[in-house]
Design a protein around this ligand. Sequence first.
Ligand code: F6R
Length: 615
Amino acid sequence: MCGIVGYIGSKSAVDILLNGLTSLEYRGYDSAGIAVCIDNQVELYKAEGKLQNLKDIVSAQKTHIEKSSIGIGHIRWATHGAPTTANAHPHSCNCGKVAVVHNGIIENYKELREKLEKQGCTFRSQTDTETVAHLVASKYAVTKDLTEAVRLATKEIEGAYALCIIHQDVKNTIVATRRNAPLLVGIGDNEFYLASDVPAIIEHTKKAMYLDDNEIVTLTPNSLLYIDSDNNKLTPKIEILPWEPVALSKMGYKHFMLKEIHEQPDVVRNVLSGKLRAIDENVRLDEVTLNQDKLKVLNRIQIVACGTSLHAAMIGKYIIEDLCGIPVDVEPASEFIYRRTITDKNTLVIGVSQSGETADTITAVRQAKALGSHILIVTNRPDSTMAREADSLVPVNAGIEVSVAATKSYMAQVISFYLLAIYLAERASKRVETNDLNKLKHELIVLPQKIEEILAHKEGIQACAKKFANAKDFIFIARGINFATALEGALKLKEISYINATGYTAGELKHGPIAMLDESMPVLSILMNGKVYEKILSNSEEAKARNARMIALTNSTDSKLDDLFESIIRIPDIDEMISPALAIVPLQLLAYYIAEFLGKDVDQPRNLAKSVTVE
Ligand code: F6R
């Protein structure tokens, strides 16, 4: 969701900005722009729609624009005002000397705008961001110091922001700051980069520092001033970024999503590595700091998450309750934060987030922390805001995920929940026999080969995708631990193909949704051998009796399924408890092939953002 790039140094800025924005495209956006400074003039270039539109505008004037060795760039995901060129960032002030790019939401922008308009500012967009440009310009007119102008402006701004600002009267300088939105500074030789995420700068430098809330950095090609909001000087904490540029290549796959689906066997191996070393050894989670005293008083677990991470959390609930007997509640973070919650110091609160930057989840865990709960974060980004504020961390090690639709990060979260549940069972509960835990560990260790088997035989899934690609709606049914798989399968399909897909517990079908069934409705039953197999089978019979087009996803070899189902996707046999980690793979592929067949923009579906940094 929105992306920022900045550069200051001796190289031409334009390609660095455009390439940086390209590598942030996965975050989701609907317009783009850059600001450069040439012959002491700030110049803005903006376009609505895809980044290519901006690139076309820039390339028509390339020899002029490439003279600038300073610049800021932005891809915008519209919040205030339609995705038009006028609303695209950077924004400027009356005199055109300031340029601002912004991620986040300025909550008090209406009051600020009214005040600034009374002072004579003329607004050219409907955005909240433009208030920042006018505000900084008005502060600069008094202070004649850009850092101080930004510092004073942020005192008046409420809400979330990552901001990069240039002013044509302050040569060769970028000022940047943040509150509740990520921003990092890449450090090169007599040059600096700014970005809202690592991919935008990783091809240039691995040395970086993350800004924390309310910190301000002022960059020139050879100096870095780092202060807090009270003007105290801070010492930069420089880190080495763990990412490899190769992660950003499609490696021969048509889409990042397909590549990321195929990476899942190795993702499982990575998650297990070092944590599950041998079947007869306890699971190790080195960054979980729950000691025996804390575990003794732990009487409840509350998990908060959004979207796909929420589905991983639902599986987590199921496994932890089963293995540990500790009650677990799962709630969308966006609901949790707007009601009276009863978390306390005896509650373990788990936040699950691929990005670690989702605004609702950050707010939820901060609220729980204020009530004294221990906060454990399950995330793919150990460098994220959530991870940095956590008491305990389970890094899921999926590697960078570029496709907007989460696949391998979901797999890594689900596997992490198995490990966390076994970890808790080994330390906080003796409810499950060691032998049974060891069987689960064995199933996890052999899981990558079973995923590889599915990936090696995709033709059946492709054929099924082709057969059902023109459906207007899709229903997924399951029971028990795979209800979350049904929801996640449906979410993948609607996200990238825009087909209206819904997941139901199979038993609920006859309490309402069955009314929708007719010969045009595909119903996909997730039928895993185990406790609820026969139940789902009879729910599938009920659907078939209403003429629905039946698809089975199953590890059963039962030949009587052939009569009931029009299409059958078979997967290797697996223990019911671990089956969600295997059953999701064909559903990801089914969604992928349907979207690809329909010619959709698989990696960047419309309206979606990878990292949802606004509430
Ligand atoms: C779906 C998807 C989203 C995210 C959700 C939470 O494919 O990616 O539903 O799961 O926006 O994001 P994170 O996990 O980064 O908190």
